[in-house]
Design a protein around this ligand. Structure first.
Ligand code: GLY
Length: 376
């Protein structure tokens, strides 16, 4: 390993007793996959699950590293895009794992963004009643959120992520240099999840992002710092509340609105997940201000920062028609953040002061959405 790589690398631990694992962050960590995996699971074989875009760019490199550590591997490639988080695709991935004669003590390696990580993770959770999983996230969103914490699953016609399992990885390898090939729109969408950690409980991090987001987008140390900080924030929350019986729900800031908007746009390129989260965070802060619990200036600061990085902050920025306010409210009804028919929202008393509000009056939300749909 070069001295430069050693210096740039950061390690964050998700503390879950005997299921604790490391998130290794830095440029070139994909080349260490083989030796790191063989230290954790000597003699294990692996199936790499990737998509057709990421596979072309990075799978050879991963396979070379596995080969250098004598890890036998095969590759399953799925179509890129959210529509792969489906019943037919989970059947295909699980069957390809079984066809590769991969045994229970072997591994599934998810090489890709959030879709690949969620799908391959779910396959690892159910194939042979549970196999080890290594996440090699290749998008910003996957590096700071979906590869960490063990949520896996697919979508149902009834809504996003409604079928799945908690299945913690054995190791997360977040190679920050792979983000150099990520389309700008995808990077920006992932950045919404980075900003989210500041908004939840770390106002100083949000201040830092306001000043340094340009360097985070350029790459280098600021990007590694932002990813490491985000992983630390998530690891701390997951370590305290793995199964989302309380505090972990804070990680859903912006997601109740965001998932409804994603459903309204057919989980398509009209709105990427992170863009939905950006709009959702704007709406969550507006709702908090409207309820009189958050200074209006903080809600405006959230909008200003997300707009500065080029994320959508108004519903009119979503191309094409949207349902009316009642239609959007109905889509929220299917979200997992509904408890016994009552909408659970993540609201904020200010930047870095998010909290779970278990009872939000639907009419206030409907009015907010109606105003947001009318605002140009
Ligand atoms: N993405 C939210 C969570 O992992 O809990």
């Amino acid at each position: 390993m070069s001295v430069a790589l050693k210096q740039a690398m950061r390690t964050v631990t998700v503390e879950l007793g005997d299921r604790s694992y490391e998130i290794v962050i830095g440029p070139g960590v994909i080349d260490e996959a083989g030796p790191r995996i063989s230290r954790l699971r000597p003699g294990a074989a692996a199936v790499i699950v990737t998509d057709e875009n990421v596979g072309k760019l990075h799978a050879d490199r991963l396979e070379k590293s596995l080969g250098s550590a004598d890890i036998r591997s095969s590759r399953t490639t799925i179509p890129a895009g959210e529509s792969s988080k489906s019943y037919p695709m989970i059947e295909r991935v699980v069957d390809s794992i079984l066809a590769a004669k991969i045994e229970r003590g072997d591994l599934v390696i998810a090489l890709g963004g959030g879709v690949v990580g969620d799908l391959a993770g779910f396959a690892a959770a159910i194939a042979r009643r549970g196999m080890d999983l290594v996440q090699v996230p290749t998008s910003l969103l996957a590096q700071v959120d979906s590869s960490v914490g063990g949520k896996t699953g697919i979508n149902s016609p009834h809504g996003k992520n409604l079928v799945g399992a908690f299945h913690q990885p054995l190791l997360v390898l977040a190679d920050t240099s792979l983000l150099d090939t990520l389309p700008e729109r995808q990077f920006r969408a992932g950045y919404a999840e980075v900003a989210k950690y500041g908004l939840i409980n770390d106002a100083a991090f949000f201040n830092w992002l306001e000043k340094n987001w340009g360097d985070v987008f350029k790459g280098g140390d600021a990007r590694i710092e932002a990813i490491a900080k985000s992983c630390q924030a998530k690891a701390a929350i997951v370590g305290r509340d793995e199964r989302e019986s309380g505090e972990r729900a804070l990680l859903n800031l912006g997601h109740t609105f965001g998932h409804a908007l994603e459903a309204a746009t057919g989980f398509s390129d009209r709105l990427l997940h992170g863009e939905g989260v950006a709009l959702g965070m704007v709406l969550a802060f507006q709702l908090s201000a409207r309820l009189g619990i958050c200074p209006k200036a903080d809600a405006e600061r959230v909008e200003a920062h997300l707009a500065a990085v080029g994320l959508p902050i108004k519903l009119s920025q979503i191309p094409g028609a949207l349902p009316d306010a009642s239609g959007l409210l109905e889509l929220m009804g299917q979200d997992k953040k509904v408890r016994r028919g009552v909408l659970v929202f993540i609201l904020a008393r200010g930047i870095g002061k998010a909290f779970v509000e278990p009872k939000v009056e639907p009419e206030i939300v409907r009015q907010l959405l109606a105003d947001a749909l009318n605002s140009a």
